[in-house]
Design a protein around this ligand. Structure first.
Ligand SMILES: [Zn+2]
Length: 473
């Protein structure tokens, strides 16, 4: 075939070339958001005790992105939720597969970890409403289906910036004898989570922070923004009334970035997704007390604008590809549960007797109830781990509130770079401290439905993820 003839053929009959066995691989992207705001009165989780929604400050969304390299499709759905449990993820993935053909292993569903969203997984004093769970499941699946409907030729690129000003390690070494006893009555904690701001007893944070601001940017071949998938290791911002519904800084980041890119009011709409990195021990409190307090929602907006500023700076310098190969692998990993002993359970039950059925209020009461509930857990649980590939970029996902050290270790040890981690993905299996942090104790290690995996869970998860990355490229 002469070059001239091929050019004519490609221009006039692009499908003829596909039939001739030379598919011009077209990379496509589509994005959509599903509103997942609950009615007022919904149970809101994120604290020890349950709260009920009295106001919606800003709407909640499942922010969805579908990518297609011509043979393989990947889907992302990041939800304004504190955590999305395995049952919802599995059912949403089943609906997605039957409507779009995208296999569950190629779909990543995660929670942003806003603490002002409806309860989707039972945790501490909050239990989910079955109707909201059904609604959330359908809305996630619909969001991915609509993103697939919007698939259109696109270019993809990625890059990383730094924003160290909003991330603080929240576990602190304190002056000897100043750490309060844990809720089980033991005085063995060597670190304190969220110590009082400006406390004279502060010694030093018990770990690092990760300032990376990751962005994966999709645009049309003409350069119009389509979607951005971002990643930052910040637990959440908060500072708003606990009975409000709000997507926290994740939602404000999306609006701020759309404005900065001049991409608001597009059709189909531009979609920004902020996924949560390894932020289990990272929050937005400057414990040294050097910060002026802002009114409710002020701090969130401040963080959102500042991180969006950095994301926009990175996007301006991204080198786009017309096509990259996509891939995905998932693996199941069985891990032991840190179950309470028979004595622990007996003591907890005795402790709960005087409550006479009323909901627990104090931390010792909450953790006594957690001890009883955990005694019904199986001895082992199955975790879903995932590794996705966009060309040379690797995204790994774990179903936990992953400690920052683990995300940094994966970034450093991965045989394929660059890499970032999306936490709280594909299920909810509680906090993931390192074995060293288990030795230090503190809130994130206290045995409850929010922290129950075996002490050696993190090295096993890291090893499995590294294995997955190796098999993917
Ligand atoms: Zn959390």
């Amino acid at each position: 075939m002469t070059r001239k003839f091929l050019t004519i053929l490609l221009t006039v009959f692009p499908t003829a070339v596909i039939a001739a066995g030379q598919p011009p691989a077209v990379f496509r992207a589509g994005a959509a958001t599903s509103n997942i705001t609950p009615p007022l009165g919904a149970s809101l989780n994120g604290g020890f005790t349950d709260r009920r929604a009295t106001h919606v400050h800003d709407e909640l969304h499942a922010r969805c992105l579908v990518l297609d390299d011509g043979t393989t499709r990947l889907a992302f759905a990041v939800c304004d939720s504190c955590m999305v449990p395995r049952e919802i993820v599995d059912e949403a993935k089943r609906l997605i597969r039957s409507a779009t053909g995208i296999p569950p292993e190629h779909v990543l569903i995660s929670a942003t970890h806003t603490h002002t969203a409806p309860t989707a997984a039972p945790v501490f004093g909050s239990d989910p409403d079955p109707e909201y769970r059904k609604f959330l499941t359908t809305r996630i699946a619909d969001g991915v289906r609509r993103a697939a409907n919007n698939l259109a030729p696109a270019q993809v690129g990625w890059g990383v910036g730094k924003q160290p000003d909003h991330v603080f390690n929240r576990r602190w070494r304190m002056k000897p004898g100043t750490i309060p006893p844990d809720p089980f009555g033991d005085k063995t904690d060597q670190v304190q989570m969220n110590p009082p701001v400006g406390s004279p007893n502060l010694v030093e944070p018990a770990g690092p922070t990760d300032p990376d601001v990751w962005v994966v940017s999709l645009r049309t071949p003409e350069g119009k923004p389509v979607a951005v998938l971002a990643n930052y290791a910040l637990h959440y911002v908060g500072g708003n009334p606990g009975d409000h519904v709000s997507a926290d800084y994740y939602g404000m980041f999306a609006e701020a970035l759309a404005q900065k890119l001049g991409a608001d009011h597009q059709d189909p709409p531009f979609v920004t997704i902020m996924s949560n990195g390894a932020s289990g021990n990272i929050n937005n409190v400057d414990f040294r007390g050097r910060r002026q307090p802002l009114p409710p929602y002020g701090q969130m907006q401040f963080v959102a604008d500042s991180v969006a500023q950095e994301a926009a700076r990175v996007i301006a310098s991204i080198r786009y590809h017309d096509h990259v190969p996509l891939g995905a692998r998932t693996a199941a990993l069985d891990l032991a549960v840190r179950k309470p002993t028979r004595d622990d359970v007996a003591r907890a039950k005795e402790f709960l007797v005087p409550l006479a059925g009323r909901p627990p209020r104090s931390a010792p009461e909450v953790y006594a109830r957690e001890t009883v509930l955990l005694s019904d857990y199986p001895d082992k649980v199955e975790l879903i781990l995932q590794s996705l590939r966009l060309g040379e970029l690797t995204i790994v996902a774990a179903p936990c509130e992953v400690f920052v050290e683990i995300g940094m270790e994966l970034k450093q040890k991965s045989p394929r770079k660059p890499l970032f981690l999306i936490s709280l993905a594909n299920a909810y299996n509680g906090y993931l401290p390192t074995p060293e942090h288990h030795k230090l104790g503190g809130y994130e290690t206290w045995r409850a439905r929010s922290s129950y995996l075996e002490i050696d869970a993190s090295p096993k998860i890291v090893a499995k993820l590294l294995e997955l990355i190796g098999s993917l490229h």
